[in-house]
Design a protein around this ligand. Structure first.
Ligand SMILES: [Zn+2]
Length: 218
């Protein structure tokens, strides 16, 4: 049993660092709202909304969706009742402009309490991303080598068909890692300067990383 955590935190790390999987697990175990901008955007794309159509073009090319679109979506999400006290932001902010906008929109009791940085060598990230398969029905994440389903292409959890997301294909992976290095990595210094950064070695088994996160988020 995991105690309820009252953190308002950002999970920061390159694509494939394990942020999404850990954010989901920590949020469920410690009763925080899991705010995944990737999941929110994919839901908009699936629903065919105007925002979804605009975002899809950027995502398919491995590019970042423009700041103003994401910021408005995140602010609306944090204002919902289940996110009143504690949340994990997963996939946002990804640029200095987004981080500054987030700081402006949060204050006092709702200000950020932690930023967790997931450290993983780049060669490991490429292997993780290229083998990743996502369930098109329930969103479960699998890996063709390290976490395969019993039947190839079929989700163990719900029987749904697995998809190789367009942004997990080789050309998009290379682009995503470049974008991370140039636009997101500078956030490490930004949050270190503000005394919020806590770095976690995420090149270890998921259960070990999970236990460390629970300690570091107190
Ligand atoms: Zn599934």
């Amino acid at each position: 049993m995991v105690a309820t955590l009252r953190s308002r935190c950002v999970f920061l790390g390159a694509p494939g660092a394990g942020k999404g999987t850990q954010a989901k697990k920590v949020a469920e175990g410690a009763r925080l709202a899991h705010i995944s901008t990737g999941d929110m955007l994919r839901a908009q794309v699936a629903a065919g909304t105007a925002l979804g159509l605009e975002a899809k073009g950027y995502m398919d090319a491995g590019k970042l969706v423009p700041d103003q679109l994401i910021i408005a979506m995140v602010k609306a999400r944090i204002a919902e009742p289940d996110a009143a006290h504690a949340w994990i932001l997963d996939g946002f902010p990804r640029t200095l402009a987004q981080a500054e906008a987030l700081d402006k929109s949060l204050s006092g009791a709702s200000a950020l309490s932690h930023v967790i940085a997931f450290a993983v060598p780049e060669a490991v990230l490429v292997g993780r991303l290229s083998g990743r398969r996502t369930c098109g029905s329930c969103g479960a994440i699998w890996h063709i080598e390290s976490n395969p389903t019993r039947v190839a292409g079929v989700c163990d959890a719900c029987g749904g068909a697995l998809v190789h997301r367009s942004d997990d294909r080789p050309e998009a992976i290379t682009k995503r890692l470049e974008v991370y290095r140039s636009q997101t990595a500078p956030l490490l210094a930004y949050y270190r300067d503000r005394g919020l950064l806590r770095e976690v070695d995420a090149n270890r088994p998921p259960e070990v990383v999970f236990q460390e996160l629970l300690q570091r988020m107190r």
